[in-house]
Design a protein around this ligand. Structure first.
Ligand code: DNO
Length: 347
């Protein structure tokens, strides 16, 4: 597995110099952040990003994310134009020898939490999701704005888009995803780019909007409908694992050969549709990373893996979930597990 770290570019308070000091760090997961969703990513921008990372002795191994335009997710008439743009971006990425692309198909809102700085008993803080709080939030009011959300919409557009989605069923949204994949995956095959869809986080509908990348059944359906190795998934332990009904080991088996990227993190279930993120250590939360990594190794997974969200510890401030310290601890923990798995294989 290729140990990797997410980096938000030159504005990120966590620098490449910091990241490089984490033992075993090889890959950088990043994106072009200054283009409107749907625009073709110019090769020049991609190669500049790649070279700035290589100059520090690291490798841009995954793009997270190339965002999918809402017209595609909504199945609007204009979607084909945005799909053509998406394909052009994949061609430019391949030209820069980038072979893994993470994306998601969540309507409007990416990962959602009700609190960004909820205290943990050890005095640190982390992201928390409490369904009761979330149902009382009007996402248009601006009361809740999360770092993962692209709020480049005008409020009036946002209201209109949300209303349009409320008429889209989960089945329809899945059809729109398949429509997109049927057109994009042939290009990904031709360019040898592995597409890796990220789960919906949390893995259930929010704000009355449909969500589909939530369960084993839906993963299997989506993989079968477009049955190509280049149509794969990002296995995010914390996203799928937020629902105790999801059996993560069974999901990994069901997606064998089609897992192209792993996000490793832990959450503690607090009750019905409620959870808090914890350290990566198995005993701190409800997700057992050693068991998951063992399964991934048994399935022959050798792709990029990154520690996902961390707590804010040691007084660090910054982008919620994306500080340096706890993610570095997470990487060290994951490295230890991977080293032990190697030793056991040699026995
Ligand atoms: C959250 C991330 C997500 C992820 C996108 C992928 O921390 O895991 O924002 O990057 O959903 O498209």
């Amino acid at each position: 597995m290729e140990m990797s770290f997410r980096w938000y570019g030159s504005d990120d308070p966590v620098t490449l110099d910091h990241i490089k000091q984490i033992p075993g760090m090889k890959g950088i997961v990043s994106a072009i952040y200054d283009l409107p969703v749907g625009e073709v990513w110019p090769y020049e921008k991609i190669i500049n990003l790649k070279q700035s990372i290589e100059a520090k002795g690291l490798r841009l191994n995954v793009i997270e994310s190339v965002p999918v335009h809402e017209d595609i997710k909504l199945g609007r008439d204009t979607r084909d134009h945005w799909i053509e743009n998406y394909k052009k971006t994949l061609i430019n990425l391949a030209k820069a020898e980038i072979r893994t692309v993470c994306y998601n198909f969540m309507p409007v809102f990416d990962w959602t939490r009700s609190e960004l700085q909820a205290s943990l008993p050890d005095g640190s803080n982390s992201l928390l999701y409490n369904e009761e709080k979330v149902v009382n939030i009007d996402p248009i009011s601006g009361e809740l704005e999360l770092p993962g959300w692209d709020l480049s919409y005008q409020t009036s557009d946002l209201r209109q888009i949300i209303e349009e989605y409320q008429k889209v069923s989960e089945e329809q949204l899945m059809e729109n995803l398949i429509y997109f994949l049927e057109r994009v995956i042939p290009a990904a095959e031709a360019e040898d780019v592995l597409m890796a869809i990220h789960p919906d986080d949390p893995p259930w509908g929010i704000f009355g909007l449909p969500r589909i990348m939530t369960s084993k059944e839906n993963i299997v359906y989506m993989l079968k409908q477009v049955d190509s190795r280049h149509n794969g998934i990002t296995f995010c332990t914390g996203s799928y694992g937020a629902n105790p009904d999801n059996n993560l080991l069974e999901m990994l088996e069901a997606a064998e050969g089609r897992i192209h990227f792993v996000h490793a993190r832990n959450v503690k279930w607090l009750g019905e549709r409620s959870f808090q993120e914890t350290s990566h250590l198995a005993s701190d939360g409800s997700i057992n990373l050693p068991v998951i990594l063992r399964k991934l190794s048994q399935l022959g997974f050798e792709g990029p893996i990154r520690p996902d969200h961390g707590r804010m510890i040691w007084g660090e401030e910054g982008r919620p979930g994306y500080g340096l310290y706890d993610r570095a601890l997470g990487a060290a923990y994951i490295n230890g597990i991977i080293d032990l798995l190697h030793v056991q294989k040699e026995d």
